[in-house]
Design a protein around this ligand. Structure first.
Ligand SMILES: NC(=O)c1ccc[n+]([C@@H]2O[C@H](COP(=O)([O-])OP(=O)(O)OC[C@H]3O[C@@H](n4cnc5c(N)ncnc54)[C@H](O)[C@@H]3O)[C@@H](O)[C@H]2O)c1
Length: 248
């Protein structure tokens, strides 16, 4: 099926590892140019090297999405290198899990800032280009945690907020044929979750309780993102696609 992604240009934040790296690789496989943006430049460079060895057009950019000036510079570098920006995947994120009585302002702020303020900065910086060219795809990586998880008040609030942001932006951006959607993954086998103290138990439990009895892989999320980025999804906007193996 023709995706229409060949020669389009996408920015994927937090693409130095995990889900973002898989999304970058998937977009490259569809023929897109990809900017691998990450606060960790070494990780971004390593991903770009791998993507170039697959024959892809990729560029590593160091950007902390919390800071607007760094995001604006990232978008300017994208446009000066590839001539346009068509796709933005707001994927950068992190967790600081603990019960709320132990949670500090710093634990709250960093999670909410990276997920919400980061998505705000990146969206604000790419939209003028997308509006002008009358074509754009913005895909926000939320989480099944938007429904609420114990020990994740900060993360659940940010991921639920990202869905509100997605809906508001879809209403603002639609008139210029820019779609804005969210993808909400369940338990995905990446370093973020493997580093949790009870990973083996989490995995075992997921295999028992998920309708599709396995944990998800980063590629499962990348497939959903590639669909929403494609020409095939041009009339889908303001929606949330769950990639949870049927677990809610
Ligand atoms: N792994 C899961 O089970 C799961 C489930 C649901 C949602 N998610 C979401 O998917 C996204 C990717 O998660 P992952 O599992 O691949 O984690 P990961 O830790 O492997 O990747 C996150 C990437 O974001 C980067 N990053 C962090 N802060 C940043 C900042 N301020 N600016 C730019 N980059 C920054 C990190 O350096 C890292 O490369 C996150 O938004 C996460 O919340 C993950």
């Amino acid at each position: 099926m023709e995706t229409g992604l060949a020669r389009k240009t996408g920015i994927v934040t937090g693409a130095g590892s995990g889900i973002g790296a898989a999304i970058a690789s998937r977009l490259i496989a569809e023929g897109a140019n990809v900017v691998v943006a990450d606060i960790n430049f070494e990780a971004a460079e390593a991903q770009v090297e791998a993507l170039r060895s697959e024959g892809g057009n990729a560029l590593a950019v160091r950007a902390n999405v919390v800071y607007e000036a760094e995001v604006v510079a990232m978008v300017e570098q994208t446009v000066s290198t590839f001539g346009a920006v068509h796709i933005l995947v707001n994927n950068a994120g992190l967790t600081r899990d603990m019960r709320i009585t132990k949670m500090t302002d710093a634990d709250w702020d960093i999670v909410v800032d990276v997920i919400l303020k980061g998505s705000f900065h990146c969206t604000k910086a790419v939209l003028p280009y997308m509006n002008e060219q009358k074509w754009g795809r913005i895909i926000n990586i939320s989480s099944r945690a938007h429904l609420g998880n114990p020990g994740q008040a900060n993360y659940s609030a940010a991921k639920a907020g990202l869905i509100g942001f997605t809906r508001a932006m879809s209403l603002e951006a639609g008139r210029n044929f820019v779609t804005v959607n969210a993808v909400a993954p369940g338990i995905i086998n990446t370093e973020m979750i493997r580093s949790l103290p009870h990973w083996d138990k989490i995995r075992e439990n997921a295999e028992k309780t998920t309708p599709i009895p396995r944990v998800g892989e980063a590629e499962d999320v990348a497939d959903a993102v590639a669909f929403l980025a494609s020409e095939r999804a041009s009339y889908i906007s303001g929606d949330v696609l769950h990639v949870t193996g049927g677990r809610y």
